[in-house]
Design a protein around this ligand. Structure first.
Ligand code: ATP
Length: 459
């Protein structure tokens, strides 16, 4: 099975095609481009913002909208430096780094087989004839900066390398004000920063990225059960949003891979064009974080059950996902190229709820009152769902433009519309066109948007 999925992956789309589509259609641009770019940082354009917002909205829906045992949080990026001492990041959030004295490049010592020798790209660092690597030294991935006007002793702070710690340090606040009893969760979405030694593969690994993390606090004896439940929940989330099951797998970590805080971790992996890679990690963190923060802060971070008079430090199950990585996976998995009536069309078969634009309204031609009528239809639709009006170029060209950004429905105003107030409604995937009245069109589309959806790629 693995081999067939991998073969299919290679034939379907390359990372270069995804990068090109993102640039061409204004989803994602290399950052600081007019200054020559800054390696591995990206800016999201209009459709990219809408798509990533939809990914995050679906995550919030799954965490907070569809259940009542998780609350939301938005903690600060800058936190007290002791947070990172307690969490173990100051000491242990490091990668081993080697320098090559010959080519002056730097590599991750544990990933030399993924890198190319600076002088002989067919070889890995250390294998080239003149490679002269230093011994590995540990490099902390946290970005350091200063608060206040004077840089120096005591003013150092770090840009958070994960959103999770912001949740643990608010455990007491949430317990008090949200009146929660384990099992309950705290969810957060926000930027994190890691000074990655070898970022790359487009938005897969960048130094500034967005995480979607949830810490689920449970009675200790329920931890194993919740760990399994969250692995399944999270896999289901990707599948319901259209990722094909053959391109998704859950990989439990080996004992030697586990982080210092974790008794068990599983990664949800996606078969990216670069191979199977982590989309999200689900970890059983035990009581490590609350215990550490209690020790370092002197605050009690535990749960006291008034009824049973029981006192305990909850254990934590953490599903930690990346919003940019998930966005990349949805782009890759939805990408399709096919020939229709002798012409090539590229189409993003995105789940309608993820699609940046839900409906495009197009006048068939730019005359005979059609643009005005189409604009009227557009004005009424856009109040209900993200819509776009497009009157530039041939109708075929406009449809292809919408296909490329994944717009699931196209509404065309034509000669007949002017007579009977009906339009054609075109489906992105089946290309079926049906005649529907303008009245009720908004409800019809809003209804379709809430339907369960299955990618047509599954046949
Ligand atoms: P990796 O092994 O790929 O470095 P990780 O195990 O260090 O990832 P976590 O600390 O578990 O990652 O972070 C949770 C999620 O945050 C990851 O599954 C990924 O989706 C996302 N993420 C982590 N680092 C980056 C990055 N540099 N760029 C983009 N997304 C990232």
């Amino acid at each position: 099975m693995g081999e067939t999925a991998e073969q299919a992956r290679n034939e379907e789309v390359t990372m270069e095609e995804i990068v090109a589509l993102c640039k061409r259609r204004g989803f994602i641009f290399p950052s600081s481009e007019i200054y020559g770019g800054l390696g591995s940082t990206y800016d999201y354009g209009h459709y990219g913002v809408l798509l990533k917002n939809n990914v995050k909205a679906e995550w919030w829906r799954a965490m907070v909208g569809d259940r009542d045992d998780i609350v939301a949080l938005d903690s600060a990026i800058l936190q007290h430096p002791r947070v990172w001492e307690a969490s173990g990041h100051l000491e242990g959030f490091t990668d081993p780094l080697v320098d090559c004295r010959t080519c002056k490049l730097r590599f991750r010592a544990d990933k030399l087989e993924d890198a190319q020798c600076g002088q002989k790209p067919s070889k890995h660092p250390g294998e080239g004839p003149d490679c002269d690597l230093t011994d590995p030294r540990q490099f902390n991935l946290m970005f350091e900066t200063h608060v206040g006007p004077v840089a120096g002793e005591g003013s150092e702070v770090y840009l958070r390398p994960e959103t999770a710690q912001g949740i643990f340090i608010n455990f007491k606040n949430v317990l008090q004000f949200a009146r929660r009893k384990p099992p309950f969760g705290i969810a957060q979405v926000g930027k994190s920063f890691r000074n990655e030694i070898t970022p790359g593969n487009f938005i897969f690994r960048t130094r500034e990225f967005e995480q979607m993390e949830m810490e689920f606090f449970v009675p200790p004896d329920e931890a194993d059960e919740w760990y399994q439940r969250w692995i399944e929940e999270r896999r289901r989330w990707y599948e319901e949003l259209g990722i094909r099951p053959d391109f998704l797998r859950v990989r439990p970590h080996d004992a030697d891979e586990l982080s210092h805080y974790s008794s068990a971790t599983s990664d949800v992996e996606y078969l990216f064009p670069i191979g199977w890679s982590e989309l999200e990690g689900i970890a059983n963190r035990g009581d490590f974080d609350l215990t550490q923060h209690a020790r370092f802060s002197g605050e009690k971070l535990e749960y006291f059950d008034q009824q049973t008079k029981e006192r305990y430090v909850p254990h934590v199950i953490e599903p930690a996902a990346g919003a940019d990585r998930a966005t990349l996976a949805f782009l890759v998995d939805s990408y399709d190229a096919e020939e229709v009536e002798g012409r090539q069309r590229t189409v993003l078969r995105l789940h309608p709820r993820l699609a940046p634009v839900k409906v495009a309204v197009l006048p068939l031609v730019s005359k005979e009152g059609m643009p005005e009528k189409a604009r009227e239809v557009y004005e009424s639709l856009r109040r209900r769902l993200p819509a776009e009006f497009d009157e530039g170029g041939s109708i075929g060209k406009r449809y292809r433009r919408q296909d490329e950004i994944g717009t699931p429905w196209g509404v065309t105003v034509d000669g007949q519309t002017m007579e009977d107030d009906t339009v054609t409604l075109r489906d992105r995937d089946s290309l079926e066109q049906v005649r529907v009245p303008i009245e009720g069109l908004g409800e019809e589309l809003a209804g379709r948007l809430e339907q369960p959806w299955r990618t047509p790629k599954l046949g």
